[in-house]
Design a protein around this ligand. Sequence first.
Ligand code: AMP
Ligand code: ZN
Length: 136
Amino acid sequence: MADCIFCKIVQGEIPCAKIYEDDLVLSFLDINPINPGHTLVLPKNHYETLFEVDPETLEACILAAQKISEAVYRGVKAAGLNFLQNNFRAAGQLIEHVHFHLIPRYEKDGFLTSWPGREYAAGEMEKTRKKILAEL
Ligand code: AMP
Ligand code: ZN
């Protein structure tokens, strides 16, 4: 993708603080970290969202992310770590090249301070379950 910033990083046209690389996967530090050590893991090939990634590439990304997560967690002496991935603008995706966030966390670091869950209305949970199952 000619105008994709992450493709440009993969091609070496834009620099990055590289953490890991193999045939399918690249990982580097996020330039605007939630906390120092915030790392991105992505497929070298361009896919917009999680939905398009082929199984072999996804497996390589997840396995790399697992290994790198522990290195981040230990390396920056974090108290926790979030593994996040945003799909489409409504979910906070700004760069349209699928990527996984590995975010080291500390008590009271101010990120994700609320998780505004709500209860289902009567019957809503079962209706929702059926809608999902119809697509599976
Ligand atoms: P998202 O909102 O999930 O699309 O996340 C995009 C992430 O990419 C943000 O956390 C940005 O800080 C990060 N980012 C944008 N440009 C660069 C870059 N050139 N190098 C490293 N990280 C970047
Ligand atoms: Zn791309």
